[in-house]
Design a protein around this ligand. Structure first.
Ligand code: F6R
Length: 607
């Protein structure tokens, strides 16, 4: 994740940009950079490493100008060098970007053919050249920005500065957050409200597809359809905690909507988009070509491991055993000779998962932690770690940490597949491309919010709810049921769809809604038969599927929640979004405490 700031101001911009970047350093600190307009010309200063390096650079070579943009980078495409640091610029425009531009390769090739010279290995640089191309063709800045943004695929937040344009700053949001700060004769852009908090207390949060065109005295918002739009102005007089929820009512909702960004950050940590390969950090003796693996966690983290079991077996052909930590540690588990253990935990402090890790270490098994909180106990005690980059998760019910775990585990499955010779370079490229599309697909899946909200209104009256799924969507069904139980206190159970007829079908009646997670994949027809079994017994079906699936389900479903069509590999990540929203809105309609449900704790450090 990267941090973005833009200032259209009346005082020297460079020190103010640095002040804002200091607040954004938590989002990334591989490199930092600023650009300002000096006499209408774009001037940049960039430095690899922490912000202090940029400050030194600015002390030696100061920048004048009262309008500028700045960036702290968490390296995704390209090493954390000065050349790869943002802002990226031509003579006409400078940009800072947070997110992933999925179609950067074809755009880059097209622009190189048109004579553009690239100076970095980043996906972001294409944005600067693309806008320049439209400016060269005579479009004014606003039109050039809109034309360029329309051609970008992926998830992004962007701030743009134009040479000669000292009364214009443009921001664009799709998937990655962007806020507009409203000042007195000044305007600001920031990747969150904290970025602009030194300058103003009045903030608008851009919505998906919005473009903000700022002048010193005006902020025009164009929505995804290009229509002028109004966005609510929030006034943050208090501290960062109040700021943190942004446009959202609850932390859980905010965290659900952060997922295009948090999955993007985690995925790009492990993939080299340029070579379309997975790159794992040094795993300190963990042999990815091992003969078997075990995956351990609790609750949601365990379900992430269950999805990974399908991936590791299907992609890498490696036998995998998954277990709940509290069961595993007391059952005297036996290990293969050449095996490794994966320990999945958001907090990195869960007592049972930690005990299972220690048990494995005592038994000389190499251990790998998939953990969200850096320097937590599991992080420190494992032999190697694959961080999930979800950022702090405040809502007690885990959402963005889950999809970040899936992101890291998906990359691990590809790495193991390569290490074991189970996939060739072509297949690895295909899988990496599918992963890179995931943040955008999650953003698309979140568009179903209004329908989900309406269905949740009905669901909030249920006493029991069943969730069904097949293959890697069986754990997603389990996770859906867990989310609903946790925050709405409605009894819910997840079942493998094919298991329904072996008992749970006795529960089906018109009062028991059945949520089916069913992308139109190789197992769809089987799941459809199970839906028919439910329908024949008067059950009410809520089906989460794509357009092809919806066409086949037809009117046996009471409700369909549409998800985007996607590669079956990444479907568990994409389908996580609607099941989370369904639980969230059900709890909202019931009026339960969404962020702090009764009896639960965020980190379970007791047995
Ligand atoms: C569910 C949830 C819990 C945790 C579990 C493990 O929403 O949050 O089931 O997943 O307590 O916690 P960590 O991941 O911190 O080990």
């Amino acid at each position: 994740m990267c941090g973005i700031i833009g200032i259209l101001g009346n005082a020297p911009a460079a020190p103010r940009l640095v002040e804002a970047l200091r607040r954004l350093e938590y989002r990334g600190y591989d490199s930092a950079g600023v650009a300002t307009l000096e006499g209408g010309q774009i001037r940049r200063r960039r430095a690899a490493g922490k912000l202090a390096n940029l400050e030194r650079e600015l002390a030696e070579r100061p920048l004048a100008g009262s309008t500028g943009i700045g960036h702290t980078r968490w390296a995704t495409h390209g090493a954390p060098t000065t050349d790869n640091a943002h802002p990226h610029a031509s003579e006409k425009v400078a940009i800072v970007h947070n997110g992933i531009i999925e179609n950067f390769r074809p755009l880059r090739e097209e622009l190189i053919r048109a004579g553009h010279k690239f100076a970095s290995e980043t996906d972001s640089e294409v944005i600067a050249h693309l806008i320049t191309d439209y400016l060269d063709k005579g479009k004014p800045p606003e039109d050039a920005a809109i034309a360029a943004v329309r051609r970008l695929e992926g998830a992004f937040g962007i701030a743009m500065l134009f040479a000669g344009g000292d009364d214009i700053l443009i921001g664009a949001r799709k998937g990655s957050p962007l806020a507009v700060g409203l000042g007195d004769g000044e305007m600001y852009l920031g990747s969150d409200a904290i970025a602009v908090s030194p300058f103003t207390t009045r903030v608008m949060f851009l919505e998906e597809g919005d473009i903000a065109v700022l002048t010193h005295n005006s902020a025009k918002i164009l929505d995804a359809g290009g229509q002028a739009a109004e966005r609510q102005v929030h006034v943050f007089a208090g501290g960062a905690a109040a700021v943190e929820k942004g446009n959202h009512r609850h932390f859980m909702q905010k965290e659900i909507y952060e997922q295009p960004e948090t999955t993007g950050r985690t995925i790009t940590r492990y993939v080299n988009a340029y070579d379309e390969r997975v790159e794992m950090p040094d795993l300190d003796g963990v042999d990815l070509a091992a003969d078997s693996a075990i995956i351990i966690g609790c609750g949601t983290a365990h379900y992430a491991g269950r999805v990974a079991e399908y991936w590791l077996e299907q992609i890498a052909g490696v036998p995998v055993e998954t277990d709940i930590a509290s069961e595993f540690r007391y059952r005297k588990p036996a290990f293969g000779k050449n095996s490794f253990g994966v320990f999945v935990s958001q907090s990195g402090e869960t007592a049972d998962t930690l005990a299972a890790l220690r048990y494995c270490k005592e038994n000389k098994l190499k251990t790998l932690a998939v953990v969200n909180v850096p320097e937590s106990t599991i992080w420190r005690e494992a032999d190697a770690r694959l961080p999930t980059l979800a950022g702090p998760e405040i809502g007690v019910a885990s959402t963005k940490a889950f999809t970040a775990q899936l992101s890291a585990l998906a990359a691990l499955a590809i790495a193991v597949g390569r290490a074991r010779g189970a996939i060739d370079a072509k297949e690895e490229s295909r899988l990496v491309r599918a992963l890179m599309e995931t943040p955008r697909l999650i953003a698309d899946a979140l568009h179903a919010e209004p329908e989900i909200d309406a269905i949740a209104q009905e669901l909030s009256h249920a006493r029991d709810v069943l969730y069904l799924g097949r293959g890697a969507h069986y754990p997603i069904a389990l996770e859906g049921a867990l989310k609903l139980k946790e925050i709405s206190y409605i009894h819910a159970e997840g079942y493998a769809a094919g298991e329904l007829k072996h008992g749970p079908i006795a529960l089906i009646d018109e009062a028991t809604p059945v949520v089916v997670v069913a992308p139109h994949d190789a197992l769809f027809e089987k799941t459809l038969s199970n839906m028919q079994e439910v329908n024949a017994r008067g059950g009410r079906l809520i089906v989460i599927t794509d357009a092809a699936g919806a066409a086949e389900v037809g009117d046996i479903a009471s409700h369909i929640i549409l998800a985007p069509a996607c590669d079956p590999f990444v479907a568990p990540l994409v389908y996580s979004a609607p099941i989370q929203l369904l639980a969230y809105f059900t709890a909202v309609h019931k009026g339960t405490d969404v962020d702090q449900p009764r009896n639960l704790a965020k980190s379970v450090t007791v047995e």
